[in-house]
Write a protein that binds this ligand. Structure first.
Ligand code: SF4
Length: 352
């Protein structure tokens, strides 16, 4: 059983504004609070000297400030760092910080991408994913998602430039909290990350995709496709079977009509499962009429998993063939795979 959290991390900008209104405080207090907590990284309400004392004690009682505790940190030879963070109720999640390999003139990393989790565990049970094999525990709150980014910034002593919602969990099964987090990350008085540099990655929940297309922000949508053949997709992503590819495509078309933004597809090559000629043909067909960019990945090893990544230069040859078909594609190299921090390798409990 999980006790209901009541901390400050449970609030989005909107729900905080409602609370502030209920407490008969002026509206600008919402901005001040978000600024203190997520931009200035205040450790207590006491530090917030421009807020009235009465409000500070009201907050202390009703919405206490929590930050996650770092239980474990691993550093990859490529500079990627993976964190096991413990939340207020004792649940653990993983977060990954990925510094750009290209350096600025002063030797510091040009970009810092943080990969955040959106749920404790995940109900989608994808075959190639360690998280999916562990089941679902609970949704994360907006502040619990944003705090992951802040933790990485503090530890790596760098400002975040990109945030990808690709860690544990299916973001669109926790739509409101995920959007709430993205808005805090994006706000000029929050983390100030450009909307286009915030990517939400879904396994393809049609309802969420449609909703996401209707919001004003220019956040980026990524879809984990991994197969454009229904039978294969049902096999490797069993819980997506109730949301067939035809429905996914229709939702993406609606999204494009509304948002006018390009869609990123993630396609992870799995040896003899989704990497054959007919798989490529189906992928090309699926992309017709959609402004797509395809990221080709090769599956990472997961201990105890019978699936393996494709061999040789399969990824390279797919990119060439996709481009010949007029579809933009790039190979995404895996980062942090030596610390199990790469795609599909995140687990809720280390050592399990
Ligand atoms: S790949 Fe994503 S949606 Fe699928 S089980 Fe893993 S975390 Fe969940």
């Amino acid at each position: 059983m999980h006790s209901m959290l009541t901390g400050f991390e449970t609030y989005s900008i909107d729900t905080l504004a409602t609370l502030i209104q209920q407490w008969h405080q002026p509206r600008f207090r919402t901005k001040q609070l978000i600024e203190w907590v997520y931009q200035k990284y205040a450790q207590s309400f006491e530090d917030m000297t421009n807020l009235p004392l009465s409000l500070r004690s009201q907050l202390e009682q009703n919405a206490p400030l929590h930050r996650p505790a770092c239980v474990k940190r691993q550093i990859s030879h490529d500079g990627t760092r993976k964190y096991l963070l413990k939340l207020t109720d004792g649940e653990c999640i993983e977060t990954v910080g990925i510094p750009s390999l290209r350096l600025s003139e002063d030797g510091t990393s040009k970009r810092l991408t943080v990969c955040v989790s959106t749920q404790v565990g995940c109900p989608m049970a994808c075959l190639f994913c360690a998280t999916g094999q562990e089941g679902f525990t609970r949704n994360l709150y907006p502040g619990e998602i944003v705090n992951q980014v802040l933790h990485v910034e503090q530890d790596m002593d760098a400002r975040v430039s990109n945030v990808v919602f690709m860690g544990q969990g299916e973001p669109f099964l926790n739509y409101d909290n995920v959007l709430g987090a993205a808005r805090i990350l994006n706000a000029s008085y929050g983390c100030g990350v450009g909307a286009r540099h915030i990517t939400i990655s879904t396994c393809g929940i049609p309802q969420g995709i449609k909703q996401f297309g209707a919001i004003p922000e220019q956040f980026t949508l990524a879809v984990s496709l991994h197969s454009a053949i229904q039978k294969t997709r049902n096999h490797i992503m069993p819980h997506c079977a109730s949301m067939p590819l035809t429905k996914l495509k229709a939702a993406l078309e609606t999204y494009y009509e509304q948002a006018g933004r390009r869609i990123t597809f993630e396609y992870m090559l799995i040896d003899r499962v989704n990497d054959q000629k007919n798989d490529l043909r189906a992928l090309i067909d699926f992309c017709q009429g959609l402004p797509a960019h395809i990221n080709i990945l090769t599956m990472n090893d997961i201990p105890g998993n019978t699936l393996n990544g494709s061999h040789g230069d399969r990824a390279k040859s797919w990119v060439t063939q996709l481009e010949a078909a007029g579809i933009e594609a790039t190979i995404r190299t895996s980062r942090g795979s030596d610390i199990a921090g790469a795609c599909g390798q995140l687990k809720t409990q280390s050592g399990k």
